[in-house]
Design a protein around this ligand. Structure first.
Ligand code: ADP
Ligand code: MG
Length: 418
């Protein structure tokens, strides 16, 4: 993969795909609030570097999952990238222009108005249904429009590299391209986890959906020494072992696969560590009544919202001797302070590990920051949830494939096409 240093960006228009998909508090729809700006901060070094080298930087990014049949419906429903562009400007310490459309007249106007070192953000690329189309021709046509804005493409949106989307996969096929510093750093860390991790290698998984994580579990069974499973996904494992899980998150259709994984782990000598107690709440609410129960007597009318105190201690013990840790997924509903204790304790236990530790996943990273834990207490906090999991699954990531490919034969274009 080429790097920014390989591109002569001074005075050129550089289309940069960044990952600015931050969590928003939309309780006041008139003024959306960014609850964790980690992904914006993680995008700063590449944006700064391009701007300092005199590039005219045009940032493409998505936010949330806009719904609607066409551009007009999606743009009306939001979420708009405007507040994100504003926050980016504050963090950069320089004005950031914002285009109220993606490839429309406002985007053309904003791009044409850029001077050297200026930065602009285009509106949410997912307002354009073509961005995520499964039809190569539809995506390609949209990508060709985007490509007209730039002379170079830089891919730095690690959190989106597992998506075969126009701004990730199709635009770099149309412009000379390079990987941004964030993407390079992420790939370097993840390749370290898949090549020769120091042992013991402990993988801690949590979060809501077991189905998202089965692929990575299967692949890691070859490599990890120990697999620690908490969060909502643990209940499908507990159910597979015959335990009652009440109204807890359960993907019953995955029980056969989970049963196979349990047997596979045993056969390969990978230690599988599951919760022994649970915080069981009457319902899903921040102030729900709750009590600690053993997984052996889970009340049928309750739902599990966090790991219990014995499990917190057990999990801390199971990471203590690790030389490598990969952690993805909160141990409970950490968004509710009463149910954040398990996630916080596991995060703290990981900070005490004497070895290489990696946190992957948007929610996990947000949890770490919400606890006020110093980011440098971890070896690396990845910006990509799905992307890092798919990398560790050993899958081909379209955004990386596109960056690895040779430049299109037309060579660098010069000026005047926006
Ligand atoms: P990441 O973004 O770090 O990859 P996931 O998206 O997989 O993590 O999972 C995060 C979500 O899992 C959080 O919103 C959290 O509330 C939820 N979660 C964790 N444990 C539970 C549980 N016991 N019940 C319901 N939701 C849970
Ligand atoms: Mg998540």
């Amino acid at each position: 993969m080429k790097t920014i240093e390989d591109l002569a960006v001074a005075g050129r228009r550089v289309l940069l795909r960044a990952d600015l998909n931050v969590p928003l508090d939309l309780s006041d729809p008139e003024s959306p609030r960014i609850t964790d700006d980690g992904r914006i901060r993680a995008s700063l070094p590449t944006i700064r570097k391009l701007s300092e080298r005199g590039a005219r930087v045009i940032v493409m990014a998505h936010l949330g999952r806009p719904k609607g049949a066409d551009y007009a419906e999606r743009a009306a429903g939001g979420p708009s990238l405007r507040p994100v562009a504003a926050r980016l400007g504050e963090l950069l310490g320089r004005p950031v222009a914002f285009a109220t459309d993606v490839v429309g007249p406002d985007a053309s106007r904003v791009v044409a108005g850029l001077a050297d070192s200026d930065v602009a953000v285009l509106e949410n690329v997912r307002f354009e249904p073509a961005e995520t189309s499964k039809d190569d021709a539809v995506r390609g046509e949209f990508a060709a429009q985007l490509a007209l804005f730039g002379e170079y493409y830089v891919g730095d949106g690690f959190g989106a590299v597992h998506r075969k989307h126009a701004s990730v996969y199709d635009v770099p096929q149309r412009l000379p391209h390079a990987a941004g510093d964030l993407v390079r750093a992420e790939v370097e860390v993840l390749s370290r986890l898949t090549s020769a991790p120091d042992r013991p290698y402990v993988v801690v998984l949590g979060g809501a959906k077991v189905s998202d994580k089965l692929g990575v579990i299967s692949n890691l069974l070859d490599r990890a020494d120990r697999l620690v499973i908490g969060g909502g996904m643990a209940y499908t494992f507990l159910a597979a072992q015959g335990y009652e899980v009440g109204h807890s998150l359960l993907e019953a259709d995955r029980i056969p696969q989970v049963t196979e994984i349990i047997a596979d782990a045993e056969q390969r000598g990978v230690e599988l560590v599951l919760p022994v107690d649970t915080v069981a709440a009457t319902h899903f609410a921040p102030d729900a009544e709750h009590e600690v129960v053993s997984v052996k007597d889970f009340p049928a009318d309750r739902e599990g919202v966090d790991i219990g105190p014995a499990t917190r201690e057990l999990f801390a013990e199971k990471v203590a001797d690790a030389r490598t840790v990969f952690w993805n997924g909160p141990m409970g509903v950490f968004e509710f302070p009463a149910f954040a204790v398990g996630t916080r304790d596991v995060a703290e236990a990981i900070t005490r590990v004497d070895g290489f530790t990696v946190v992957g996943g948007g929610d996990s990273a947000a949890a770490v920051r919400s606890f006020g834990l110093p980011e440098d207490a971890f070896g690396h906090i990845s910006t990509g949830g799905g992307a890092s999991l798919e990398y560790l699954e050993g899958r081909t990531l379209p955004g990386l494939t596109a960056l690895e490919a040779d430049d299109p034969s037309t060579g660098p274009r010069t000026g005047g096409r926006a």
